[in-house]
Design a protein around this ligand. Structure first.
Ligand SMILES: Cc1cc2nc3c(=O)[nH]c(=O)nc-3n(C[C@H](O)[C@H](O)[C@H](O)COP(=O)(O)OP(=O)(O)OC[C@H]3O[C@@H](n4cnc5c(N)ncnc54)[C@H](O)[C@@H]3O)c2cc1C
Length: 307
């Protein structure tokens, strides 16, 4: 551990190398045991070097944005979490384009677009993730998706090479992209928007924010929709129709306000959430013969019997 610490310190300030860091502090679920390391790089070069050290020393590593789509095991993570949120969040407007680093928040980017009278990114205002996480997952809401606005992405390949991908090379589908399949790290992206009316954009963003407040259980920690939308169905409706509204395991609960969300009522553990999700999957399969696939990503060890 000590040896690795000094290797990381060769290119990263000590206050951005966290040891035995509780992941509950870094996930919107407010759940997760300690990661051996949380590294907070401030540049693409630091990301590259961090991955290189991990690779050479056979340390598992994981790229994280804002942890808003993540369930970390109660035992934490034996390896290095490389967290891009906060330190890599530079964003610049140039005409109709916004070029931003992967750690920039979607909320901040939508606001920046609005202030520059650019339309197209309103849908992302209430998604609590980073640009990198959103590109990888092709995040979307209210009829908009990242694929509609992306012009190009700069990414680090697992070979250590930095590549540039045009929109037509990103192969973005529902919560899917070539970046995800090839396990690349998004370093930055360029979004191309359209000129619009600032007030109309502001109103549309406020409208969407109101919709979220009225429909989603934002008063509780969660990771958003727990399951992907199965073809021809809505996960939340299937879960409600299965009679699982409000169903609990420990402090993990199927939200009463929106059955697609699993919420943390206070002291939920990752095991509680995983057990609840497994129960929901089993019941929906038993009653409707529909397989629910988790949208939430799992980090660390989870018993095979769950999910
Ligand atoms: C209240 C709430 C509402 C939500 N609403 C929506 C919604 O409307 N639409 C929607 O799509 N999602 C929604 N989400 C889920 C989540 O915000 C998105 O999936 C978001 O894009 C995840 O971004 P993140 O930075 O938090 O990623 P993380 O949770 O940190 O990571 C998620 C995955 O992305 C990968 N990843 C992160 N950054 C990078 C990178 N730079 N390069 C490569 N891989 C990376 C991680 O390795 C991981 O596999 C919601 C979540 C919450 C809590």
């Amino acid at each position: 551990m000590e040896n690795l610490y000094s290797l990381f310190q060769e290119f990263m300030d000590a206050d951005r190398i966290l040891l035995e860091e509780p992941m509950e502090k870094h996930t919107t679920f407010r759940i997760g045991g300690p990661a051996d390391y949380v590294l907070q790089p401030a540049s693409a070069e630091e990301v590259r070097k961090a991955v290189d050290v991990c690779r050479r020393h056979r340390i598992p590593w994981f790229i994280m944005g804002n942890g808003s789509n993540l369930l970390v095991s109660d035992q934490g993570y034996r390896g290095a979490v490389i967290q891009l949120y906060r330190n890599m969040s530079q964003a610049d407007v140039d005409g109709c384009r916004i070029k931003a680093q992967a750690g920039a928040s979607l909320a901040g980017l939508s606001k920046k677009a609005m202030e520059a009278s650019l339309t197209g990114l309103e849908f992302a205002g209430g998604i609590p993730g980073t640009l990198g996480g959103a590109v990888t997952m092709n995040a979307g809401a209210y009829g908009g998706e990242m694929k509609d606005v992306l012009e190009s992405v700069t990414a680090l390949e697992s070979s250590g090479q930095v590549i540039s991908l045009r929109a037509d090379q990103l192969e973005m589908g529902y919560r899917d992209s070539v970046v995800k399949r090839r396990q690349c790290i998004v370093l930055e992206a360029v979004m191309r928007l359209r000129p619009g009316d600032k007030e109309a954009i502001r109103e549309s963003m406020q409208d969407l924010a109101q919709k979220r407040i009225s429909k989603q259980p934002l008063e509780y920690p969660s990771a958003g929709s727990a399951f992907k939308r199965p073809k021809g169905h809505f996960a939340g409706k299937l879960i409600m129709d299965a009679g699982l509204k409000g169903c609990r395991v420990g402090d993990a609960q199927v939200a009463e306000k929106h059955c697609g969300f699993v919420i943390n009522r206070g002291h939920a553990t990752a095991a509680d959430v995983a057990a609840l999700m497994k129960h929901v999957q089993d019941e929906v399969m038993r009653q409707f013969q529909v397989k629910l696939e988790p949208e939430v990503k799992f980090l660390g060890d989870f018993p095979d019997t769950l999910l």
